[in-house]
Write a protein that binds this ligand. Structure first.
Ligand code: FAD
Length: 564
C-alpha cells in the first residue's frame, strides 16, 4: 500500500510549506514540509464508517480541535429502521439515504470524506489501510493508507449465517439499502413468474412461498410489510394467484420477538395467526438450496423440507473480516465483537475507540462493582438484607448502571419484587445475597453486549464526541470541573446507555411498543406513534419530507409494483 501521508509529503515538497502533524513532531516543535494545502497541525482523527455510530460521532465533534477524515465504502447514511419498508416500496430507498457530503457540508466542510473500505488496521503503527471499491476503469490507485492519532471504529456488523449450508448462496439478507431493493425486485419476480403460462399449481405455489428465517424485530417487520404489500396491492394486480400466496416465519426459539415484553410476543403471534402468516417456532434451519429450505424441529428431531420462492435470512450479527483480523492482532480472538472499556476505548489499544454494532463494553467491571455494593450493604455480614435494604441497593445500582434495568427486563425479571418471593409465592422478609448474586451471574451472561441497535450506536457516537470535545479542557485543568472524575481518560464519566423503548410494526396499521417505565402499547394508535417517532428521527428535513410524502403516496395510490 502506498501510504497517503507519504504522498502528501511529496506534493508539498514541490509546492507547499505547511506544517505537518505527528505527535512527536509537534511536541518537539519541528515543522515538517507537507502537502496539498493540508495542515496536520491538529490531532488526526480517522473515523471508519458512516452508519449510526460514525455519523452521530461526527455530528457533534468539535472540528476546530481535530483534523477529521471519515472513510466508508458507502457515501451515504442509511436510516436502517425503515429498511423493511423499502423492501415493499412503502418508502423509497433514496428517501432514507442521506449523502455523507450533505452531513459534512453542515460542518463547514472541515471533515474530509473518502469512499473506500478499510481492509487492515495496524494499531502498532497507528495506520489504517484502505481499498477503493469505485469502478476499476477509472484511473488512479485503488489502495491507500492513512495515519491517525485517534482511530474511531464504527464499521457495524455483517450478517451471520452460523455456517448453515446454502444460506450465503440462496438467501436474501436485509442489512443494506441494496439488499432491500433486491428483495423488492425478487418479490415482484416471484409474482410475475407465478402467472406465466405453463406452470403447474404446485410450481405457482412454490414461487409464491416466502420464508423468513428469524423471528426478531427485522424478520417480524419484514413479514408484516410483505403481508400488507400482498394483501393491499399485489392480490388485486395478480388475481389469478391470490389464493396461492404463503408467508412462513421460522424461529428457533419458543416465541417471536423474544427480546420484547411477553405481552408483545403474544400479541404479534396472535395477529400473525389471524393474518394467515404461518409462525413455526422451535425450528432450526439446517440447509437452504435454491429450491428448498430444510428445517429440524427441535422437540422431535424430525427434519422436513419445504419449497420456496424467496428466503430472507435474518438471524443475527456476525463480525466483519477487518474486525476479526484486528481482534486477532490485539489478542481478542475468542470474542464476537471488539471489547472496549466503559469509555469505549478498545481494550489493549491506545487511542483506538470502537462503537456501535462492531463493539461491546466489557461488563465484568460493572458486575464486580455490583457485587461490591451488595457486600458493603451487608453491614452485619449475615449474608442477608432486609427487603428495604435490598430495594435501596437495587435503586443505587440502577442509578449508577441504568443499563442493568434493561437486562433485568430482558430476563423477565423487570419486577424486582419477583426476587422477593419464595418458591411458594409468599413475600420474603429477607433476601439472600448469594442467591441474588447467582441471579446476577445469569444477567452477566446476558450482558455480554448491549443490544445491537441504532439507539445504542447513536448514543455512543454522541458520548464519544463529547469526550473528544472535552479532552483538551480536561488536560488543561486536571483538577477538573465536577463532571470529570479520576485521572487521565477516566476523568470522563463512563458511557451509560439510556433505553428509550422499542417498536415493532406488525402490519395492518398496527404496531407494538415497549416504552420506558415498563409501558407497553399495542394497536392502531401505536402505529401513529411509530409514524411520528420515525418521521421526527429522520436525520434531515429533506429525508423527513421524502419519507412523509412516501407514506402519503402509499395511502393514496398504494405501493408501486413495477420491477425497476
Ligand atoms: P451501521 O449503521 O451498520 O454502519 C456501519 C458503517 O460502516 C456503514 O457506513 C458501512 O458502510 C461502514 N463500513 C462497513 N465496512 C467498512 C469497512 N471495512 N471500512 C469502513 N467502513 C465500513 N435499531 C434500532 O434502534 N431501531 C430499529 O428499529 C432498528 N431497525 C433495524 C432494521 C434493520 C433492517 C436493520 C438491519 C437494523 C435495524 N436496527 C435498528 C439496528 C441498527 O441499524 C444498527 O444497530 C445500527 O445500524 C448500528 O450502527 P453502526 O454505526 O454500528 O453500524
Amino acid at each position: 500500500y502506498p501510504t497517503y501521508s507519504r504522498l502528501l509529503v511529496i506534493c508539498t515538497l514541490s509546492g507547499g510549506g505547511l506544517v505537518a502533524y505527528s505527535e512527536s513532531q509537534s511536541e518537539v516543535g519541528t515543522p515538517a514540509v507537507e502537502p496539498d494545502q493540508k495542515e496536520w497541525k491538529k490531532k488526526r482523527v480517522v473515523v471508519l464508517g458512516t452508519g449510526w455510530a460514525g455519523t452521530s460521532f461526527l455530528k457533534d465533534l468539535d472540528v476546530s480541535s481535530y483534523d477529521v477524515q471519515v472513510v466508508s465504502p458507502r457515501n451515504y447514511f442509511a436510516f436502517t429502521p425503515l429498511l423493511p419498508s423499502v423492501t415493499c416500496g412503502t418508502v423509497e430507498a433514496r428517501s432514507i439515504a442521506e449523502p455523507v457530503r450533505n452531513i459534512i457540508k453542515k460542518r463547514n466542510g472541515e471533515i474530509e470524506f473518502l469512499e473506500a473500505e478499510c481492509v487492515k488496521i495496524d494499531a502498532a503503527n497507528q495506520k489504517v489501510f484502505f481499498k477503493s471499491n469505485i469502478d476499476n476503469n477509472l484511473v488512479g490507485p485503488r489502495d491507500f493508507s492513512l495515519e491517525y492519532d485517534y482511530l474511531v471504529i464504527a464499521v457495524g456488523a455483517q450478517v451471520n449465517t452460523f455456517n448453515t449450508p446454502g444460506v450465503l448462496e440462496n438467501c436474501h439478507f436485509l442489512k443494506e439499502l441494496e439488499d432491500a431493493q433486491k428483495i423488492r425486485r425478487t418479490v415482484i419476480d416471484c409474482f410475475e413468474k407465478a402467472v406465466l403460462p405453463g406452470l403447474s399449481e404446485e410450481e405457482r405455489k412454490t414461487n409464491l412461498h416466502f420464508v423468513i428465517v428469524g423471528g426478531g424485530p427485522t424478520g417480524v417487520e419484514f413479514a408484516a410489510e410483505l403481508h400488507d404489500f400482498i394483501q393491499e396491492d399485489l392480490i388485486n394486480l395478480y388475481p389469478l394467484v391470490r389464493d396461492l400466496v404463503r408467508i412462513t416465519l421460522v424461529q428457533s426459539g419458543d416465541h417471536i420477538l423474544n427480546t420484547f415484553d411477553e405481552r408483545i410476543s403474544t400479541f404479534a403471534e396472535t395477529k400473525f395467526q389471524r393474518d394467515g402468516i404461518e409462525v413455526l417456532t422451535g425450528c432450526r434451519v439446517v440447509n437452504v438450496s435454491d429450491k428448498e429450505i430444510t428445517m429440524k424441529i427441535k422437540s422431535t428431531g424430525e427434519v422436513c423440507s419445504v419449497p420456496h420462492g424467496l428466503v430472507l435470512w435474518s438471524t443475527g450479527l456476525g463480525t466483519r473480516p477487518v474486525i476479526k483480523d484486528f481482534m486477532e492482532q490485539i489478542g481478542q480472538n475468542n470474542r464476537r465483537v471488539l471489547a472496549t472499556n466503559e469509555w469505549l476505548r478498545v481494550k489493549g489499544c491506545e487511542n483506538v475507540y470502537a462503537l456501535g454494532d462492531c463493539a461491546t463494553i466489557d461488563q465484568r467491571k460493572i458486575m464486580e462493582d455490583v457485587a461490591t455494593i451488595f457486600e458493603a450493604a451487608d453491614k452485619d455480614k449475615s449474608g442477608t438484607l432486609t427487603v428495604e435494604e435490598f430495594q435501596d441497593v437495587i435503586d443505587d445500582i440502577l442509578i449508577r448502571y441504568p443499563q442493568l434495568e434493561l437486562y433485568l427486563k430482558r430476563m423477565r425479571l423487570s419486577n424486582v419484587a419477583d426476587l422477593l418471593k419464595d418458591p411458594q409465592g409468599n413475600d420474603r422478609t429477607e433476601v439472600d445475597i448469594e442467591g441474588f448474586k447467582l441471579a446476577l451471574c445469569n444477567v452477566d451472561t446476558q450482558m455480554k453486549s448491549l443490544p445491537a441497535t441504532a439507539q445504542v450506536a447513536a448514543q455512543q457516537g454522541a458520548y464519544l464526541s463529547r469526550c473528544f470535545n472535552r479532552r483538551q479542557q480536561s488536560q488543561e485543568h486536571p483538577e477538573g470541573p465536577r463532571r470529570f472524575r479520576g485521572h487521565g481518560r477516566h476523568r470522563f464519566l463512563p458511557f451509560q446507555y439510556k433505553h428509550f423503548g422499542q417498536f415493532a410494526p406488525l402490519g395492518g396499521e398496527q404496531a407494538a411498543a415497549e416504552l420506558p417505565g415498563d409501558w407497553v402499547s399495542m394497536g392502531h394508535s401505536t402505529q401513529w406513534l411509530w409514524y411520528s417517532v420515525y418521521a421526527s428521527k429522520q436525520v434531515s428535513w429533506r429525508s423527513r419530507a421524502l419519507v412523509v410524502s412516501d407514506w402519503t403516496r402509499r395511502f393514496i395510490f398504494g405501493r408501486d409494483s413495477s420491477r425497476i
